[in-house]
Design a protein around this ligand. Structure first.
Ligand SMILES: O=C(O)CCC(=O)C(=O)O
Ligand SMILES: [Fe+2]
Length: 366
């Protein structure tokens, strides 16, 4: 690692109160994520970042990790990472450019629309989810979704020209995030006792990276409407840049939603996605996987807008994904069937939008 190792933030994630409000909740001082997932120390080795989030059976192999494990802990990678090597000024610039874009007139934003001729949905561009069914729940958010990698596959027609810095900021930011993604994947491979580049090599030159800019305007009824409904990210890994001032993200754990505080100290949040779960979670049959894509959602705020920027790292759509061979043995056979990434994505959308449950990885279980 060129920048001396990422650090995990000791986070104090409080249970959300019943009306979904993220910022006002002080019902409980129970620091679940802080005590269970993150050791109480400020600087951890790179290896420990992920160890904090791994299943206890793997964790026991790691002398450097001070995590206290409880039987039945679920395992998920959803931690705030600092000392990640990205300049705070760059993170601020991306946030400012995003905010400026969302504050443009609707007419201006529609120049990047995700609807062709105002009707036909496409993944890239400005807008909301595709509406597939009459009773589909829509999110209280505006989005700009852009393919960032491979660089040759960028559709600049969707890339805003206002603010002027937007394109350059995103380009630079993507380069930094890619390096962080590599660091995280190498650390994960090490923990799994795989070849260091084994996971990085799952991403060939056609592996897509999408940037999703989320804007959550103030919402008059936060008790009724969610900014993003419960989901687990589909791609393999997400690097999330969050608003410094307004919280809203929540994670589900043991049936309770927990608030993630606003990222006032320039932390990034790393999520494991479902693709990675299918790829690497094989040996722990008893525990349903070493890594799982954590379920999360975003709540709305009555008074304040919120911005976040997610970089989603997927694998080549033509790639067949399934358990990595090195992780399988006679005692630990595959738990998931193999499928091309593009077919898995279709299934995921059907499940998620159709309300049949957001965890497509479960549908793939053998
Ligand atoms: O806004 C956030 O903090 C999370 C966004 C998110 O979960 C997503 O874009 O998939
Ligand atoms: Fe997400």
């Amino acid at each position: 690692m060129s920048h001396g190792g990422c650090r995990i933030q000791c986070s104090n994630w409080l249970p959300a109160c019943k009306n979904h409000q993220a910022s006002t909740c002080s019902e409980s001082k129970n620091c679940l994520m802080g005590t269970l997932l993150v050791p109480r120390c400020r600087s951890l080795s790179q290896q420990s970042i992920l160890a904090c989030c791994l299943h206890p059976t793997i964790l026991r192999k790691l002398p450097s990790c001070g995590r206290r494990c409880r039987p039945g802990d679920s395992s998920s990678v959803c931690d705030q990472v600092s000392n990640h090597g990205m300049e705070a000024s760059m993170m601020d610039s991306v946030m400012t450019a995003s905010r400026e874009f969302f504050h443009l007139s609707l007419e201006e934003k529609k120049k990047c629309s995700n609807l062709i001729d105002g009707k036909y949905f496409q993944v890239e561009g400005y807008g909301n989810d595709q509406v597939r069914t009459q009773d589909q729940r829509l999110d209280w958010s505006d989005r700009l979704h852009l393919r960032v990698e491979p660089e040759g596959g960028r559709n600049l027609v969707h890339w805003p020209t206002h603010p002027k810095s937007f394109r350059d900021d995103l380009h630079e930011y993507a380069l930094k995030c890619k390096r962080i993604k590599g660091d995280v994947l190498r650390a994960m491979a090490k923990i799994l006792e795989l070849d260091e580049d084994c996971l990085v090599n799952q991403f060939n030159s056609d592996a897509p990276t999408f940037a999703r800019f989320n804007h959550f305007p103030p919402c008059p009824r936060p008790d009724l409407v969610l900014g993003i409904k419960p989901h687990a990210d589909f791609p393999a890994l997400t690097v999330l840049l969050m608003d410094k001032d307004v919280a809203g993200l929540q994670y589900l754990r043991d049936g309770t939603w927990y608030n993630v505080p606003a990222a006032c100290d320039h932390t990034l949040l790393i999520n494991i996605g479902l693709t990675m779960e299918v790829t690497i979670s094989e040996p722990q049959i008893m525990t349903n996987g070493i890594f799982t894509g954590p379920m999360h959602r975003v709540v709305t705020n009555a008074d304040k807008e919120r911005i976040s920027v997610a970089m989603f790292y997927g694998v080549d759509p033509e790639q067949e994904i399934g358990p990595i061979a090195h992780l399988l043995s006679e005692e630990q056979p595959a738990q998931y069937r193999k499928m091309k990434a593009k077919d898995l994505l279709v299934l995921h959308h059907e499940h998620y939008a159709g309300g049949r449950g957001p965890r497509i990885a479960d549908a793939l279980k053998i």
